[in-house]
Design a protein around this ligand. Structure first.
Ligand code: SAM
Length: 232
């Protein structure tokens, strides 16, 4: 049984189906648009990177290729173990079981913080934002990458799956916090229809997933995202 650190927001896609979520990570953003956008704002080369809600650690090796140190934080013990296993042999990477609300890193120590597909950063995440203010180094930057539910078929399928999610409330929250935003037109590209269909089935309710599958031709689908960031 996985232990889950108190304060974690349930994440059924990766908690219940980590293998399928791995397929999703492999499919998303073959163009590297997220990393290019982050690097254009505040590169992590030579710096200390914090990946908040790192899941099974898919993105940790990429950061470690040029960062001086990478810390992955993940509240689900099973996923944190998968992330640590993935990064065995990468001495600059460590993984900690913790939440965004209680980051296990010293004050003023992080150059680049990234929370990717981290809906736990939205309305109500003020404790996590206070923690970011504590741990970020002057000159550093924190980034939140997430689905843009206001755009495209993917946004519609998501909104129907999570009717309690209010895109205008999320937008208003971030603009009150003074974070900047930029739209990212990402794509998912799969190597088989079976993988594409499996991923849509972990993201949406059964009825919405079947509609999404019927409406998607081939192996590719648009994945509209928004990048939000704050400089410290
Ligand atoms: C959709 S997954 C994304 C995982 C990873 N960022 C990736 O791109 O593969 C969201 C992750 O956030 C974690 N999470 C949930 N609540 C959290 C919190 N309060 N603080 C930090 N991470 C959290 C979940 O356990 C889950 O692994």
């Amino acid at each position: 049984m996985a232990r889950i650190v108190e304060g974690a927001i349930p994440s059924p896609n990766i908690w219940n189906s980590p293998r399928t979520y791995e397929l999703e990570n492999r499919a998303v953003d073959p163009d590297g648009a997220v990393d290019a956008a982050i690097s254009g704002i505040r590169p992590w080369t030579g710096g200390i990177v914090l990946d908040i809600g790192c899941g099974a650690g898919y993105h940790l090796p990429g950061f470690a290729a040029t960062a001086s140190k990478v810390i992955g934080v993940e509240p689900h013990s099973g996923l944190a173990a998968l992330a640590a296993e993935r990064c065995r042999g990468l001495p600059r990477v460590s993984v900690r079981a913790a939440t965004a609300q209680a980051l296990p890193v010293p004050d003023g120590s992080v150059d680049v913080a990234v929370a990717r597909w981290a809906y736990f950063f939205g309305p109500g995440c003020e404790p996590g934002l206070r923690e970011l203010s504590r741990v970020m180094r002057r000159g550093g930057a924190a980034f939140v990458v997430d689905l843009d539910a206001t755009r495209g078929a993917f946004g519609t399928w998501f909104s129907r799956t999570v009717p309690s999610y209010s895109a205008p409330a999320v937008e208003a929250f971030w603009s009150r916090q003074g974070w900047q935003r930029r739209e990212l037109d990402l794509r998912m590209v799969f190597t088989s229809r079976a993988d594409l269909e499996a991923v849509l089935r972990i993201e949406f309710t059964p009825a919405v997933a079947e509609e999404a599958i019927a409406q998607t031709q081939g192996l590719e689908l648009p994945y509209p995202n928004v990048l939000r960031w704050r400089l410290y």
